[in-house]
Write a new protein. Structure first.
Length: 137
């Protein structure tokens, strides 16, 4: 891992990345390029308030993928729930007619989500590095 990829915070050095997937409620196909662009800008804005960064955002009409550079002070589950709550409310307010064609209740996301940690080196390389350490003799 090169030093330029590391971030610092008080007394720690870190490099935390998450791959987050949000799915639309009932897998309805309603995410248009305009809705996706609006959501991307909101994700970016919200993550910046937590000293995190949205690196990539893409998806299809029923789900979105986010690549996030995270801060170690942030609890992943709280970050996900805050993102889902805030952006659901904002997107329903911004596109009421469009979303009204798909939902009669104020919903947007499925209750579930997928969150995967991703780093610079594959686990096999990290295991190999740890195996090569001298030990406690």
């Amino acid at each position: 891992m090169n030093k330029q990829a590391l971030n610092t915070l008080y007394h720690c050095v870190y490099n935390i990345h998450y791959h987050l997937v949000f799915v639309s409620k009932y897998r309805r196909l309603f995410i248009t390029p305009e809705v996706a662009s609006y959501l991307e800008s909101q994700y970016r804005r919200l993550l910046e308030t937590w000293n995190c960064e949205l690196l990539e955002c893409n998806g299809e009409s029923d789900h979105l993928h986010l690549l996030i550079s995270a801060n170690p002070k942030i609890q992943p589950s709280k970050m996900v729930n805050s993102l889902k709550t805030a952006t659901s409310r904002l997107v329903r307010k911004e596109f009421p007619e469009h979303l009204g064609q798909f939902y009669w209740k104020p919903v947007f996301y499925s209750r579930s989500y997928c969150l995967v940690s991703c780093g610079g080196a594959p686990l096999e390389i990290v295991k190999q590095y740890l195996d090569q350490q001298e030990g406690f003799e």
